[in-house]
Ligand binder design. Sequence first.
Ligand code: EPU
Length: 338
Amino acid sequence: MTNFSDNFALRGRNTFGLDAEARHWAEFRTAAELRDILLRCREQGLPWYVLSGGSNIILTGNFPGAVIHPAADGIALIGPGLVRAEAAVVWDDLVAWSVERGLGGLENLSLIPGYAGAAPVQNIGAYGAEAKDTIETVEYFDAATLETVRIPKEACAFGYRESVFKGSLKGRAIVTAVEFRLTPEADGKYAYNIGYGDLHDRVMELGGPSLRNIRQAVIAIREAKLPDPAVTGNAGSFFKNPVIPAAQAAELRERYPEMPGYACNGGAAVKVPAAWLIDRAGWKGFRSGTVGVHPKQALVLINLGGATAQEILNLARRIICDVEQKFGVTLSMEVNIL
Ligand code: EPU
């Protein structure tokens, strides 16, 4: 029987550094252990929540049930270019592992915080790549049937920071492992992806495209723009980049010709950087009490020390209202709220 640790402090388990307690904390390594935990929750009528790396969450208070935490962190090459990572593999360790072995596909996603098990849930993305580009199969434990299930990427309903795990399988599927289809760099056929922003120039400065150079360049860009959660509490991008109708984007461009945007949905819509809207609205570097907006990336809200979830959410609401008034665009949150 797996152990429940009672009144477990979550402060060190969320990158925002928020103070909260779980009534119980339960770690699992195997499907049998997870089954035990879920059965115990069922018997005791306890709610449960899966917290892995804690890098994309706001804890609004103490959790009255069991916080379930994956602990298995094996990485294995299970076929040519096919890599299986258990849920608790630290995401960037997986990226480093694959780059060291000359396997391409994850290098643009270097230094994203969190665990591999969260990659399909959020469909994490950066610098022109998303987890969905390489995910082949997701293995999860179904809390309703208490069975392990494997689904191919086509069944994951991947979208921009979206998946079936945030949709119809929410509260039911607990990701236990992810399999990625990677491409050997040595084949000479791998298409490096360096078109995004200043990545191309950084990679060229390092001597041209290679998995190692892309990883190094991405790490340098991220370290320059994003706060280190070990120093300043944050959850990465706080809002999603809004997708607005092309006509609305055209109107905004008349007022703000310099507004960046990327055509999507075959040209019917435009994805506008939320960071630009927030920055242009004057919030970049804003500080109020214990919370603020990161001075180098307006999309990142920061804990200046001792912030509460309410203070962060109040700041988020003020930003949402202001951006709505100024641009007629409604921002939605990218972080999860518990
Ligand atoms: N910009 C500003 N002000 C700022 C920051 C950016 O005007 O303070 C403008 C830039 O000039 C640029 C545009 O906004 O034209 C986009 O900025 P950036 O390339 O930094 O990316 P982003 O759209 O703000 C997204 C992801 C990040 C990811 C980066 C790089 C979302 C919600 N965020 O941010 O992901 O690292 O692209 O690919 O899609 C995360 O999800 O937690 C995250 C950090």
